[in-house]
Ligand binder design. Structure first.
Ligand SMILES: [Ca+2]
Ligand SMILES: [Ca+2]
Length: 237
């Protein structure tokens, strides 16, 4: 019975030590922007990591975008019936104010898009002239919903050192109204912009050798358990 208790104590201590050793302390910083009507260009500011570059196992940057309301409009100008697919909302990408960002977040040609979608059959042009005329069977509109989308990317290891040191750095956003119309040509487009908000998040993932305070407590209690067991063993001897 006593030896079983000892074994259990050792197993528990080893488990606690293992837990403490494997713990990883992520440092997460989130900076919000908006709500604001696009197009706008938020500036978000982050702290650099003040430890050693060798602590870092990953740096993740995320852009989250929420689009609310607004109106996307399409008006057929051709003499044929048009089947159109409409995506309406907000797009966004990032521009670095210092350290090199993940390329997934900095490509203006492939932004984060946060959209409401709709498919419409537009009758032939009713003779309302060029540009959007918000009436007739050749017209349709898509009211923007409340939609959120996000995109994240990993900083290349070669760029970690740019995130380390004293002080801060900026990440700049480019937030635009987004309207895409596909499926037919000769369609006039118009929009009332939505309201956009969101956040930029920077996560420093640190190696197991950099324990968080909770892990240090676990480590201390694990060592305490081992110490007690050794004490009992000595008394018996
Ligand atoms: Ca028309
Ligand atoms: Ca019309």
């Amino acid at each position: 019975m006593a030896s079983a208790t000892k074994i259990l104590a050792v197993v528990a201590a080893v488990l606690l030590l293992f837990t403490a050793g494997a713990a990883q302390a992520d440092i997460i910083q989130t900076q919000n922007f908006g709500p604001q009507v696009p197009n706008f260009f938020p500036v978000t500011t982050f702290n650099k990591y003040t430890g050693s570059v060798g602590d870092i196992t990953g740096i993740i940057v995320e852009l989250s975008l929420t689009s609310v309301g607004g109106l996307g409009q399409v008006d057929n100008e051709s003499a044929a019936v048009a089947n159109v697919h409409v995506e309406f909302g907000t797009s966004g990408f990032l521009i670095s104010g210092g350290p090199t960002l993940p390329t997934a977040l900095t490509n203006p040609a492939v932004p984060v898009i946060t959209v409401t979608t709709g498919d419409f059959v537009l009758q032939p042009d009713d003779g309302d002239g060029p540009g959007v005329d918000a009436s007739g069977t050749d017209y349709a509109q898509l009211v923007g919903g409340n939609v959120t989308n996000a995109l994240s990317g990993s900083v290349l290891a070669a760029n970690y050192s740019e995130y380390v040191g004293a002080g801060t750095f900026n990440i700049n956003g480019v937030i635009n109204t987004y309207l895409s119309v596909t499926g037919a040509s000769g369609i006039s487009q118009g929009s009332t912009p939505p309201t956009a908000s969101g956040f930029v998040k920077v996560t420093y993932q640190l190696s197991a050798g950099v324990p968080e305070p909770a892990s240090l407590l676990l480590l201390a209690s694990g060592l305490g358990g081992v110490g007690f067991w050794r004490y009992r063993r000595r008394r018996r001897a």
